[in-house]
Write a protein that binds this ligand. Structure first.
Ligand code: GLU
Length: 303
């Protein structure tokens, strides 16, 4: 069993992070496996070495350790580039120049009906797909543009039907892709989670895989990283459950293995609000300063 914890060094580690890290570490140790720490520092505008040092110190204090050197995403840009090149050559990516505001305005046009939210916010209305330069449809013949936002053409990706393992079963449903969930999604989904091309087109849409400012997007990097580290069990918060469909699709497209997923409930504050990294009052460092012991943190998160 190989598990991992992949924090972004953009703020202090809080109880929610400690919960995820402890679950992933304990699971690997109980199975005689390996736990990896991975630094998700693609967002170089917000990542800071000081936060990385602090989170490592907090994790070690909690009794967690990992093989060094740990993987830092910013050291692996060429691997993300290679994955993007491959998708580009398959003709599945197109450049997008829309701002968040453009997207908001396009989906709130009166003829569009109620805007639909996907794992990354509003489902992209396809403006730049429709305006796509002719030559990018035959993308393989042209080099991938750099320093631009690239979206996955979900309808085109769904055309790669052989990605979907079961073709037609006796109930008549077809083209299913799936992953095994050993925890639970936000509405209790567990066991074999299946999804169809229509699900992907309607409820996920054309997600961003390359970012103008950071090169690769989280979805692209997480899939490449999990495969590179041989991760067998992804243990993380329920907020990422819906995004797992994107990750499984990318694994199919890039011919990478699909790990088993375990999404856990999120740690909330007394008002039921999800703890964000900005809630410094709940930072592990603050509990440490107040004299808490690692066992107290375990008890607080219910382990
Ligand atoms: N850096 C990501 C986060 O903190 C990692 C998500 C994941 O575990 O896949 O949300």
């Amino acid at each position: 069993m190989i598990t991992r914890f992949a924090p972004s060094p953009t703020g202090p580690l809080h109880l929610g992070h400690a919960y995820s890290a402890l679950l992933a570490f304990d699971a690997a140790m109980a199975a005689g496996g390996t736990f990896h720490l991975r630094i998700d520092d693609l967002d170089h505008t917000r990542s800071r070495p000081a936060w990385e040092a602090q989170l490592k110190d907090d994790l070690r204090w909690l009794g967690i350790d990992w093989p060094e050197p740990c993987r830092r995403e910013s050291d692996h840009m060429s691997e993300y580039d290679a994955a993007l090149d491959r998708l580009w050559q398959m003709g599945l990516l197109y450049p997008c120049t829309c701002t968040r505001r453009d997207i908001r305005e396009a989906v709130s046009a009166p003829q569009e009906g109620a805007p639909i939210h996907g794992p990354d916010g509003l489902i992209y209305p396809g403006t730049c797909r429709a305006n796509r330069p002719f030559e990018t449809i035959f993308a393989g013949a042209h080099p991938r543009p750099r320093d631009v936002t690239l979206r996955l053409d979900m309808q085109m990706a769904m055309g790669h039907r052989d990605l979907f393992r079961r073709q037609i079963d006796e109930t008549g449903s077809h083209d299913l892709a799936e992953f095994t969930e050993t925890g639970a999604g936000p509405t209790g989904q567990t066991g074999l989670v299946t999804f169809t091309p229509d699900d992907m087109i309607e409820t996920v849409g054309d997600v961003v895989l390359a970012r103008k400012d950071f090169g690769a997007s989280y979805h692209l990097a997480v899939v490449v990283d999990d495969a590179a580290q041989g991760v067998t069990h992804v243990i993380r918060g329920q907020d990422l459950f819906e995004a797992t469909k994107i990750h499984v699709l990318l694994q199919r497209l890039l011919k990478l293995p699909t790990p088993e997923y375990h999404h856990h409930a999120l740690i909330r504050d007394d008002q039921g609000k999800r703890l964000a990294k900005r809630d410094d009052a709940r930072a592990i460092a603050t509990y440490r300063e107040d004299g808490a012991a690692p066992q107290d943190i375990r008890a607080m998160v219910g382990i």
